[in-house]
Design a protein around this ligand. Structure first.
Ligand code: GUN
Ligand code: FE
Length: 420
């Protein structure tokens, strides 16, 4: 039996809006699974090795539920266009570069390492249209100890120069890619880019493959008003955007839909009834001037809401920064809503960046016994001190403000995948 014992101030979010804190406690895992959180070391572990992090904070690691791996090299550039122009001007030419396997290898190696170092241990990620680069991405993530899902992107219309598949290619390459996936912790996910990129025939086939192979699905929904108009013109029979996915079997409780900025009450009801997951990508929505998603309303209505960095619409991989982006967006939304809607508290947003995704991966929120050990250790002792802070205050401050190199260690699936 392999035992991991982490000592420090243990923090987790077992419920939306709730924190569980064990000061100077022990987080124990056996064979990669959490046994429990303890105030005193149980006697049976008296002689075991302890990873003692002293007064540091030991918290859940992050789940980034929507990001585009091939957009990593364009992080921080090209923020001057709205979505559809941004895709054609910057994004498609960048993603087209991943036909080059060497470029894919070096870029994805670096991305995987940066994710681990920033404490993101679970992802749902878009690759490019390239089968081989997608397998390279999966391998690099697997080797870095990251877990979750990756999708080869499907696009057979409205692409860019050298960045489009025929319908037949898109289907046959997807089938071949699925046969070639053989990774322990990184699994495949069906990934129609979004309705404007996929013909009806392609959507139909992808829906069939997802059903036959019981695969999760990811795409984009109601991000931008020009996109809504485009979808309306492509699917005049659909009253709302979401119907264009539902019609082809791409709308169920294993579907992640990024954005949902412009999803009205009817669309949100459809999201809730199908158990679809809304991935809130606040930084991206602001950068591409898409809008402010009614994230707090979605929570109140009982939707499954999780967070995504959506790089490179989003400008930061760090989920600490994406959590604060979500808080700010919810406050902007409150201002826009005549202060009639609530905003996200720090604790609520921390839950969205960590525990909220747990059921998508078949787990329980927080450091629940039986969950795989996914945790990070963060140090804040180099920050200025005005008075002794509570653990809760220290978590809040860490989320908003950290020193470079504050992440001391990252654990994923019970293994230490990063050490400062
Ligand atoms: N909609 C379709 N493709 C994309 C993409 O790459 N990024 C974002 N933010 N929205 C999209
Ligand atoms: Fe996206």
């Amino acid at each position: 039996m392999e035992t991991v014992i982490i000592k420090g101030n243990i923090i987790s979010a077992p419920e939306f809006g709730k924190l569980e804190i064990t000061e100077n406690g022990y987080l124990i895992a056996e064979d990669g699974k959490i046994k429990g959180t303890y105030q005193k070391l149980p006697q049976e572990y008296e002689n075991a090795f302890i990873e003692d992090y002293g007064d540091a904070l030991v918290m859940q690691s992050f789940s980034d539920m929507h990001l585009h791996a091939p957009q990593y090299p364009m992080l921080g550039i090209g923020m001057d266009r709205p979505l559809l122009e941004w895709l054609n001007t910057y994004t498609f030419p960048t993603e087209a570069r991943f036909a080059d396997k060497d470029f894919a290898r070096t870029t994805y190696h670096r991305l995987a390492g940066e994710l681990a170092a920033k404490g993101t241990t679970r992802v749902c990620m878009f690759s490019s249209i390239h089968r081989e680069a997608t397998l390279i991405l999966m391998e690099e993530l697997e080797n870095a100890g990251i877990t979750g899902y990756v999708g080869k992107v499907n696009m057979d219309r409205n692409g860019g120069e050298n960045y489009l598949e025929t319908t037949e290619e898109s289907i046959s390459e997807t089938v071949r890619w699925l046969e070639e996936c053989h990774f322990e912790h990184i699994k495949p996910m069906i990934t129609p880019r979004f309705t404007p990129s996929c013909s009806k025939e392609l959507m139909q086939e992808l829906g069939k493959i997802a059903k036959e192979k019981n695969l999760p699905i990811q795409s984009h929904l109601s991000e931008n008003t020009s996109e809504l108009d485009l979808v309306k013109s492509l699917h005049p029979d659909c009253t709302q955007y979401w119907e264009s996915y539902q019609k082809y079997g791409l709308w169920n409780d294993k579907t992640l839909m990024a954005h949902c900025v412009w999803s009205d009450e009817t669309e949100r009801k459809a999201i809730k009834e199908a158990g679809v997951w809304a991935v809130h990508c606040a930084a991206s929505n602001e950068n591409l001037v898409s809008g402010y998603a009614p994230v707090r309303v979605m929570m109140n209505e009982g939707l499954n809401v999780v967070l995504g960095s959506d790089i490179a619409g989003g400008d930061h991989l760090s989920m600490f920064k994406n959590i604060t982006a979500a808080i700010r967006a919810s406050k902007a939304r409150r201002i826009m809503d005549d202060r009639k809607t609530e905003f996200l508290s720090v604790i609520e947003a921390f839950y969205l960046g960590t525990s909220a995704a747990a059921p998508f991966f078949g787990e329980k929120p927080g450091f629940a016994p039986g969950n795989a050990l996914h945790a990070i250790v963060v140090e804040d002792r180099t920050l200025p001190v005005v008075r002794p802070l509570s653990i809760r205050e220290r978590l809040e401050r860490c989320i908003y403000r950290r020193e470079h190199g504050c992440v001391l260690a990252v654990f994923s699936e019970g293994k230490k995948i990063y050490k400062k």
